[in-house]
Design a protein around this ligand. Structure first.
Ligand code: 5AD
Ligand code: SF4
Length: 438
């Protein structure tokens, strides 16, 4: 076997998993692994899993089942499971699927090189601790090829304990990374050609990093990033309504690099359901907050998350959600049918029938799709900044993201990849816009 071994990573779920997968690839780089996009040629397969909704564990076991022939053909093939299902299921994964060599949680993947040494000795490795040390202090510097847009995890975990959510159990308590480290990581990204940084956290606007001069808020971090020359755009996700402080709201109006797009999940428009969800806000307080943010940045594109069919949700509760959506008018949104997560308080309650939940989901999605379509059509004829990220499918075309996070196709020279250009939007397709360079 050659010295360079091939690593295939499959990433499920959220953007933080995308970030974690990159960092795991770098950690395994130290053990001689180079990433591949072909599962068949891999010497190691790592599944970075998500546990947030439906049948996550079943999906993992069926994916693992499909890998069995690969492992039979190539007995040296190593198979690892990472992420939130690894955290939740732990050793159960190896009991059910003994061909798994390694199980690693989201807070211990800096230990991957040592775990691989153990695996290479033929001993399966399992680590789902919440360690004292910070994994970021023990990971190699970021080396993967920089794209124009990069993620940067600034905060992890959550202390909110929404009644439906596994995150506080799988990702653990809220922890913020120190601002100097983040600024150093951001500068290094920009030196490697990154123009847009999306700050990630399960509860990103609760960020409270310990700096040399006290605690930094997310707004302060954003203003410090704003000073990095060469960085054109800043975004952050995902936020909780109760952590939108005045400085962060103001920054949407005053920080030119902070893009006019905000993902602010509300989950439901019914106060009864919001209370049962332990959200600690009401529909009215959410709408009042949106009004304040829109006063700071009138053209802000809003995005949200919704859950329908939460235990106890009546027809009236669902109508309250529909009404909130009508009032807010979202540019984009994600909606889900409630799925009971083992170990969460809501999982103990009587579920809404699946037929009812499905019908509500379709109704809500129809409304959200209508709003999204209107928001896109509203862009036609307007000029907007676009960060070109890659070549499109048609020759001579590039694909990028608008300030408002729409995908935009545009005829432009490849040299414009990694630059922000002014584009006039000419047409709206189902999930993207078409524009011309100005
Ligand atoms: N069932 C359905 N949707 C859920 N989400 C989180 N937990 C659940 C669950 N148990 C949704 C929420 C959250 C998004 C990331 O996933 O809307 O904001
Ligand atoms: Fe889950 Fe978000 Fe609620 Fe935290 S705030 S418990 S991550 S839904």
């Amino acid at each position: 076997m050659s010295d360079v071994k091939k690593l295939f990573i499959k990433t499920y779920g959220c953007q933080m998993n995308v970030y974690d997968s990159e960092r795991m690839a770098e950690a395994l780089g130290a053990k001689g692994y180079d990433t591949t996009t072909e599962m068949d040629e891999a010497d190691m397969i790592l599944l970075n899993t998500c546990h947030i909704r439906e049948k996550a564990a079943e999906k993992l076991y069926s994916d693992l089942g499909r890998m069995k022939p690969l492992k039979e053909d190539k007995p040296d093939l190593k198979i690892g499971v990472a992420g939130c299902v690894a955290q939740a299921e732990g050793g159960e994964i190896m009991r059910r699927q003994p061909m798994v060599d390694l199980v690693v949680g989201p807070q211990t993947y800096h230990r991957l090189p040592a775990m691989m040494d153990q695996v290479d000795q033929g001993v399966p490795a399992l680590d789902t601790d919440f360690p004292e040390e910070d994994k970021f202090d023990h990971l190699p510097k970021r080396v993967t090829k920089a794209r124009p847009s990069a993620f940067l995890t600034v905060q992890e975990g959550c202390d909110k304990f929404c009644a439906f959510c596994v995150v506080p159990y799988t990702r653990g308590a809220e922890v913020s990374r120190p601002p100097e480290r983040l600024l150093a990581e951001a500068r290094a990204l920009v030196e490697r050609g990154v123009r847009e940084i999306t700050l990630l956290g399960q509860n990103v606007n609760a960020y409270h990093g310990e700096g040399p001069d006290g605690t930094w808020s997310l707004a302060r971090l954003i203003w410090a990033l704003d000073e990095i020359e060469g960085l054109a755009r800043i975004r952050f996700t995902t936020s909780h309504p109760n952590d939108m402080d005045d400085d962060l709201i103001a920054a949407h109006g005053t920080c030119a690099k902070l893009m006019p797009y905000l993902h602010l999940p509300v989950q439901s428009g019914s106060d009864t359901i919001l209370k049962a969800m332990n959200r600690k806000h009401t529909g009215a307080s959410y709408i009042a907050l949106i009004e304040r943010i829109r006063a700071a940045r009138p053209d802000l594109a809003l995005s949200g998350d919704f859950i329908v069919g939460f235990p106890g949700e009546t027809e009236q509760d669902f109508e309250d959600t529909m009404e909130l959506v009508r009032q807010v008018n979202y540019a984009q949104a994600y909606s889900f049918k409630y799925s009971a997560r083992p170990g969460t308080p809501a999982a103990e309650k009587d579920p809404v029938s699946d037929d009812v939940a499905t019908a509500r989901l379709h109704k809500l999605q129809a409304l959200l799709t209508e709003q999204q379509k209107a928001a896109q059509e509203n862009m036609v004829g307007r000029e907007v900044g676009v960060l070109f990220e890659k070549e499109g499918r048609h020759g001579g075309q590039l694909v990028g993201k608008s300030d408002y996070l729409h995908a935009v196709h545009c005829d432009a020279p490849v040299e414009m990849i990694g630059t922000v250009q002014r584009v006039r939007i000419e047409a709206s397709a189902s999930n993207s816009l078409k524009g011309v360079l100005i």
